[in-house]
Design a protein around this ligand. Structure first.
Ligand code: BJW
Ligand code: ZN
Length: 230
């Protein structure tokens, strides 16, 4: 049985990584829609760098939680039959043991040259003073902003959405194209499952809605689809 799992900020919330749209959803008074754009980076690059520098530094203080670990265990059991697509730019899936993670919105621990597109591992702060070693171009966080094309959209994700089960975990379903994946998988015949603290605006597209904390519901789902009795 092939399974595709889409994770969002909610899966990392219990690890202490803030989500985008819960509580007041603001960073220093800015909405993510205003700071995560190529236009914001062009006009106020240091502000955008500061947003990512803080989040990169905060990652050192958090750990994966049982939801991340359950998905890593599921990968061990299912191998290539599981595709894990995450909208998150943190590395908590990898630190829990997942080996194949499609980071469709990029990775905060990488920087990209805005000129030659070289991708570099990056653990420290970024600033406009940092230059690409290959071409001298400026560096930006290796993430996907509004108006940019997410990664893996040409082949890997469309193929994964042909799975028999689609599960969306801890995502508000407000940001496209990820917000359309459940409908796409369902049109292809998948059973669709949502795990969230509350039903999302698109909950009707899901065949099964599990309301609760990801740290509790994901291990249950992983046991069920991994062939165990729950
Ligand atoms: C728990 C929990 C617990 C909490 N347990 N659950 C109009 C209509 C349709 C589309 C568009 C439109 N206008 C513009 C667009 C396109 C746009 C878009 O969707 N905009 C919407 C806002 C309307 N999309 C794009 O631009 C995308 N690109 C694109 O479409 O390309 C095509 C194209 C390109 C060029 C030309 C033309 C077309 C790109 C989107 C990139 C999004 N980037 C960000 C930032 C990434 C880097 C970073 O992290 O800073 O991605 S924005 C932000 O939102 C981030 C997230 O990955 C993404 C999704 O958020 P997520 O994960 O769902 O988090 P939250 O906070 O929203 O929800 C958390 C959920 O968890 C909640 O539901 C909680 O209840 C739950 N939860 N604790 C379980 N313990
Ligand atoms: Zn370069």
């Amino acid at each position: 049985m092939r399974i595709v799992v889409l994770t969002g900020a909610g899966i990392s919330a219990e690890s202490g990584v803030p989500t985008f749209r819960d509580a007041d959803g603001l960073w220093e008074g800015h909405r993510v829609e205003d700071v995560a754009t190529p236009e914001a980076f062009a006009w106020q690059p240091e502000l955008v760098h500061a947003f990512y520098d803080l989040r990169r530094a905060a990652l050192a203080t958090v750990e994966p939680n049982p939801a991340h670990r359950a998905l890593a265990g599921l990968e061990e059991r299912l191998g290539d039959d599981l595709t894990l697509v995450t909208q998150n730019i943190d590395d908590l899936h990898e630190r829990a043991g997942s080996r194949r993670v499609l980071h469709m919105h990029g990775e905060i621990l990488k920087a990209r040259c805005a000129r030659c597109e070289a991708v570099l591992d990056w653990r420290g702060d970024l600033s406009t003073a940092e230059r690409c070693g290959a071409c001298g171009g400026g560096l930006r966080p290796h993430v996907v902003w509004f108006g940019e094309m997410p990664f893996y959209m040409e082949e890997e994700i469309p193929r994964a959405l042909e799975a028999e089960v689609f599960a969306a975990i801890g995502t508000s379903g407000l940001v496209y194209p990820a917000a359309g994946f459940a409908a796409q998988a369902k049109a292809g015949g998948a059973l669709t499952v949502e795990i969230n603290l509350e039903p999302t605006p698109s909950f009707r597209i899901f065949d099964v809605v599990l309301i609760g904390k990801a740290s509790e519901k994901v291990p249950e789902l992983a046991r069920a689809v991994g062939g165990e009795v729950i």
